[in-house]
Each structure stands twice: as structure tokens, then as C-alpha cells.
Design a protein around this ligand. Structure first.
Ligand code: CP
Ligand code: NVA
Length: 330
């Protein structure tokens, strides 16, 4: 492994070459192997990291905390209620302080410019744990999962059904373009990815041989598909009033048994999670009471079915985040 990304931030995969992404995937697989074999890897015992969360999280926070502890690092968690950031202290000032105490900073929040500023002012590696625009650590877990399933990535068709201009869909388009895959956004016209990002991805695809496809036709999206991917219809930070409109727009894009049957027989289902697939959440129950829907972006038939890989994908968050921290801090 001759690549060196020490000292780099991880803000969007647009900043990383295909070789660097593959290096991180290989390293993730190696960390996963060590974890399973019970091989200790406390290689960064002299490091301290801080996790800043302006939005809620289960997987990302736990992946950073467990990954950091496995590497022997100290971890501090801050949320908006327990720090001065934003309210009494500017982001630039906060970044300058944190950069003097910590070796790395994870940030989950709203604008992409915030995570970029943190990197600019802190002077230490900053990892994007999700912004309104991108979710790059999720991508490594997703692609590791696809690689574990199918081996070769080139030419594999991954279709995102739903709000195809959200952070996860944007990032999937970027990573598929980087790795020479076939990315399909299957969504209503008004929820297609922004033209500026599509243009950037097209330029990448021209180098890697990736295919980018955009369709509002579910049958076309599912045709020859290896990975059917979906995400929540209203993302964190978006107003709850959007639910009604999104349900109307996106119900035809729900991933259910009928849609799975249109894809390749060996296709898998993936979801970054959390998912609304039943009524076992307060929001899920509210939506049921209001609109009579038992499930939203994915039905239980798929979510609990043989082709579902979302929990393996969730586990892979930890192995891949560990790889990003190690590679940038070592
Ligand atoms: N997929 C994901 O980022 O999950 P959390 O919101 O729980 O971190
Ligand atoms: N698009 C979702 C992803 C959650 C992991 C959100 O931003 O809420």
C-alpha cells in the first residue's frame, strides 16, 4: 500500500482519486479482518479526537467512537447543547481552539461550507460525518458492502430510488463515477441531482468509464440493476411540512417486492438507515395515522427479505470510518 493520505481531511469524495478510495476500501477490509480475528490494533494511542454533532446520529457517532477506541484513541463528544460553537463562538474560533487540543475532528451538521471552514481553520484532519450536501464516510461502507457481495465494481449498476438530490444520493453519484460504476438516479424530475454536481461527475465518469443515468421510470431504473438503494424521503434539517409533498412525489419510487422483481435476480437492497419500513417509530406511526401508509421508502417485504444488506452495510460504517481515521492520522 504505497499511498499516503496522512494529514488530509475527508470532506467529499470529489477530493479523492479512485486509487485513494480503493486504498481506503482495502484498508477497511483489513481492519474488518483484524476485528473478526480478535487482533488488537491500538495503533494511535497518543491521539485525541473530537466529534461535533449538530444533527442526531446512531451509526456515525458509534462508528467513530468504537473505531477510535479500537485504535486506542481518546474521544470527546460535543453536541450543540454542550458547547459554545455557533452561539457564543464563531466556527473559525472554535476550529482554532479544537485544532490545538485534538488530532482530528469529525463534524455532522448542515452546510458543506462549515465542514470546509473547520478544515481550513483547525489545521488538523476534519472528517465529514454528513452535511446537507454529502455523506462521504457512508460511501466507503456502501461500496465495501457492494465489493463484498460482487467483487468487481466496474460496470455494476446501482440505482438510487427516491430523493435523488439528497446528501446520500449526491455522494453515491460521486463514488460510482469515481469507481467506474453505473449510477442511476430514479426520481421525479424535481428531485434529480443538481446540474452543477452532475457536470462534475460527468467529467469524472469520462475518465473512469462510469455511466450516469437519470430516469423517472421505475422499470428503467430497476432494469439490469445490481444494487437497489433508497433513503428517507425528508432528510434531517428539512421542514416536517415537506412530508405530504414528498409522499405524493415519492410513493411511486418506493422499493417493494414488485420493484425488486424487476432487477437482476442476484440484486441486493441497501439503505444508509434509519429507514421507515414499518410503524415501529413515532414518525412512522404519525405518517400511518395521517396518510394510511404502513411503510415509506421501503416495505418490510424487502427490508426483511433475503436480498437486504442494510445491517451489514451499517456494520461496515465502523470498519471504514476506522480506516479513514487511521489513514489520515497515522
Ligand atoms: N447512516 C447514518 O449516517 O446513520 P446515523 O444518522 O444513525 O449516523
Ligand atoms: N438523507 C438522510 C441521511 C441520514 C443518514 C438525512 O440527511 O437525514
Amino acid at each position: 500500500m504505497g499511498l499516503n493520505i496522512r494529514g488530509r481531511s475527508f470532506l467529499t469524495l470529489l477530493d479523492y482519486t479512485p486509487e485513494e478510495i480503493n486504498y481506503l476500501l482495502d484498508l477497511s477490509a483489513e481492519f474488518k479482518r483484524m476485528k473478526y480475528a480478535g487482533v488488537e490494533h491500538k495503533w494511535l494511542t497518543d491521539k485525541q479526537i473530537v466529534l461535533l454533532f449538530e444533527k442526531t446520529s446512531t451509526r456515525t457517532r458509534c462508528a467513530f467512537e468504537v473505531g477510535a477506541r479500537d485504535l486506542g484513541m481518546g474521544v470527546t463528544f460535543l453536541d450543540p447543547g454542550s458547547s459554545q460553537m455557533g452561539k457564543k463562538e464563531s466556527l473559525a474560533d472554535t476550529a482554532k481552539v479544537l485544532g490545538r487540543m485534538f488530532d482530528g475532528i469529525e463534524y455532522r451538521g448542515f452546510k458543506q461550507s462549515v465542514v470546509e471552514d473547520l478544515a481550513k481553520y483547525s489545521g488538523v484532519p476534519v472528517w465529514n460525518g454528513l452535511t446537507d450536501d454529502f455523506h462521504p464516510t457512508q460511501m466507503l461502507a456502501d461500496i465495501l458492502t457492494v465489493r463484498e457481495e460482487f467483487g468487481e465494481l466496474k460496470g455494476r449498476k446501482l440505482t438510487f430510488f427516491g430523493d435523488a438530490r439528497n446528501n446520500v444520493a449526491n455522494s453515491l453519484m460521486v463514488v460510482c463515477a469515481k469507481l467506474g460504476m453505473h449510477f442511476c438516479a430514479c426520481a421525479p424530475e424535481e428531485l434529480m441531482p443538481a446540474a452543477t454536481l452532475v457536470e462534475k461527475c460527468r467529467a469524472v465518469a469520462a475518465e473512469t468509464g462510469a455511466v450516469l443515468e437519470f430516469t423517472s421510470d421505475v422499470a428503467q431504473g430497476a432494469r439490469d440493476c445490481d444494487v437497489l438503494y433508497t433513503d428517507i424521503w425528508v432528510s434531517m434539517g428539512e421542514p416536517a411540512e415537506l412530508w405530504e409533498k414528498r409522499i405524493r412525489l415519492l410513493l411511486p419510487y418506493q422499493v417493494n417486492g414488485r420493484v425488486m422483481a424487476m432487477a437482476k435476480p442476484e440484486a441486493i437492497f441497501m439503505h444508509c438507515l434509519p429507514a421507515f419500513h414499518d410503524r415501529e417509530t413515532t414518525v412512522g406511526e404519525e405518517i400511518y395515522q395521517k396518510y394510511g401508509l404502513e411503510a415509506m421508502e421501503v416495505t418490510d417485504e424487502v427490508f426483511l427479505g433475503k436480498q437486504a444488506r442494510q445491517f451489514r452495510e451499517a456494520e461496515n460504517r465502523m470498519h471504514t470510518i476506522k480506516a479513514v481515521m487511521y489513514a489520515t492520522l497515522q
